[in-house]
Design a protein around this ligand. Structure first.
Ligand code: TEU
Ligand code: CA
Length: 545
């Protein structure tokens, strides 16, 4: 029997509940919709699901503004529904992890409603305040939504601090009472028998001194991440996570590999991190990511955490446009290369709902179709600069988070069960749901879905792909990634071309010292391994020695 913790060999699936399945045709995905699809997830053969927030929320930031940590939003169902989901999932050996959002609360949370009333309210110190002197903000920092970090509270004539929207005031982690409340809440969820947490905005819990200037350029947000003293909070959280046997994956924007190694390895505050560095934007219109940096940065992280630390691996999530669109200019074949990458790297892979179907970005025809608060802000700002509504719309929605949030394409009705219901959906369904959908892909052996399932099956039974070391084979050719995963003399060779052109590579002699057996190819056929070989456009191959 292996002594590895369960999550090191596991494959995760991220569910965005609002868009997963609408079981009662009110236009909003719900908990029953997830229960209805557990059999599908079992068939796909994943080990655990991560649910984006389903707590009580006024929904300014789609649930990341929580007004009650210990209750479920009526949009999604009841706590009984949730317990049923947990039971049903556990019966199938599917573990369930929740989103833990503790950098901030909603401004509708009881704590903030109290806190803002007066300076001597017992909850005042739960948040971060500065006096209003001459109607000037305490500093000129810009937050993650390109807004000031300060918002005025008239009742106390003070500014409060917010890294996200003004409706998401940051909690004051310096206050031991805040710490205790959060720990109590974590224990309460552990009592419900959940299996772990994805830790939202974890690297931002500790604020830096407000008197220093904000860096300019690419480094602008470094002032919000991994600040001196954060270890104290991580350590506190860690004690409860360990006591309650909770798996943890921290969203760690602004955290570099050397720190990640400490957080997830040497000290081990958390089990794994999501790094945000590999997401590099090349252009907004059309929405394109820089493929070369993407591959290089991923490889660097692999090498940096080879011996110590652990990564949560992802290509897509609810904050990014669809990968096939940005890395593959909407070419479905690119989706298979990305799938191969995700399921052969070292770490715990997370598949984002719809990724396994090859879902793509969406065309949003009118400003009313924008939902995401960040996209809305961008749109309004662009219109103010004088852009036409049409151009502002194109620009704002091109790289919008809304692209990842359109309804799951179970059928041509999206996540609904009829055309009538589909019209009520809280966000538009992608028009390509008529062709890209589960029904079609189930009966097509060459579909994205079946390709994902084959890769999942391969990885599930292959210790080398799960935990083997990562070794980069350098080719100096852009948009190509070639690497070996290895345990002792057992090796897997992975070759990927993320370019829409054929590319020629020269392989090192060491490769030819052994026989490579073909395992999986994204196109269905293999190219013979030779010292000089050409990889077809969007070709991915896995070999073993
Ligand atoms: O995202 C947080 C997020 O993207 C930043 O913390 C990130 O670290 C920074 O932009 C890197 O420069 C999470 C959720 O995933 C997102 O959906 C929420 O809107 C956000 O937190 C607020 O809760
Ligand atoms: Ca519903």
């Amino acid at each position: 029997a292996s002594t590895l913790p369960w999550w090191k060999t596991a494959i995760g699936y991220q569910i965005y509940p609002r868009s997963f399945q609408d079981s009662n045709n009110d236009g909003i995905g719900d908990i029953k919709g997830i229960i209805n699809h557990l059999a599908y997830l079992k068939w796909l053969d994943i080990d655990f699901i991560w649910l984006n927030p389903i707590y009580k929320s006024p929904n300014i930031d789609n649930g990341y503004d929580i007004s009650d940590f210990q209750d479920i939003s009526e949009d999604y169902g009841t706590i009984e529904d949730f317990k049923k989901l947990l039971d049903e999932a556990h019966k199938l050996n599917i573990r369930v992890i929740m989103d833990l959002v503790v950098n901030h609360t909603s401004d509708q949370h009881r704590w903030f409603q109290e806190a803002r009333k007066s300076k001597d309210n017992p909850y005042h110190n739960f948040y971060i305040w500065r006096d209003n002197i001459n109607d000037t903000r305490p500093n000129d920092w810009e937050n993650f939504t390109n807004d000031s970090v300060w918002e005025l509270n008239e009742a106390t004539n003070e500014w409060y601090f917010h890294l996200f929207s003004p409706q998401q005031p940051d909690l004051n982690w310096e206050n031991p009472k805040v710490q205790h409340k959060i720990i109590d809440m974590i224990n309460w969820w552990a009592d419900q028998n959940i299996d772990g947490f994805r830790l939202d905005a974890l690297s931002h819990l500790k604020k830096s001194n407000f008197d220093v200037p904000q860096p300019v350029g690419d480094d602008k947000f470094s002032i919000f991440s991994n600040n001196q003293g954060i270890d104290e909070y991580l350590d506190l959280l860690h004690q409860t996570f360990v006591k309650r046997n909770l798996m943890t994956v921290g969203e760690a924007g602004g955290v570099h590999a050397d720190t990640a190694r400490i957080w997830t390895g040497q000290v081990g505050f958390i089990d794994m991190i999501f790094e945000l560095e590999h997401q590099v934007r090349q252009s907004t219109i059309p929405p394109r990511a820089e493929r070369e940096s993407f591959l290089t940065i991923l490889a660097n992280w692999q090498e940096a955490l080879n011996k110590q630390g652990w990564l949560g691996l992802y290509i897509e999530n609810h904050d990014q446009p669809r990968a096939i669109t940005v890395y593959g200019a909407n070419t479905q074949a690119a989706g298979k290369v990305l799938a191969t990458l995700l399921l052969t790297l070292r770490g715990t892979p997370f598949i984002y709902q719809g990724q396994e179907l090859g879902m793509t970005n969406m065309h949003f025809p009118s400003p009313e179709d924008i939902n995401d608060v960040a996209t809305q802000n961008t749109y309004e700002r662009l219109v103010l600069t004088g852009l036409s509504e049409k151009d502002a719309l194109t620009e704002a929605t091109s790289w919008s988070r809304d692209n990842a949030r359109t309804p799951m394409q179970w059928s041509k009705y999206g996540f609904s069960q009829s055309d009538e219901a589909k019209k009520k959906s809280w966000i538009l369904t992608n028009t390509n749901s008529v062709s890209i959908n589960l029904h079609n892909e189930l009966i097509d052996n060459q579909s994205m879905l079946h390709y994902y399932r084959r890769l999942i099956h391969l990885r599930r039974h292959d210790a080398v792909l799960q935990t083997g070391d990562f070794k980069l084979i350098k080719t100096k050719i852009k948009n190509i990634l070639i690497f070996i995963r290895q345990i002792a003399d057992q090796k897997r060779l992975i070759m990927l071309n993320l370019d829409d052109n054929p590319l020629s590579i020269v392989l090192p002699d060491s490769i030819f010292l052994e026989v490579w057996w073909p395992i999986i190819s994204s196109s269905g056929s293999f190219t013979k391994i030779t010292p000089k070989m050409t990889l077809s456009p969007y070709q991915a191959m896995i070999w073993k020695n």
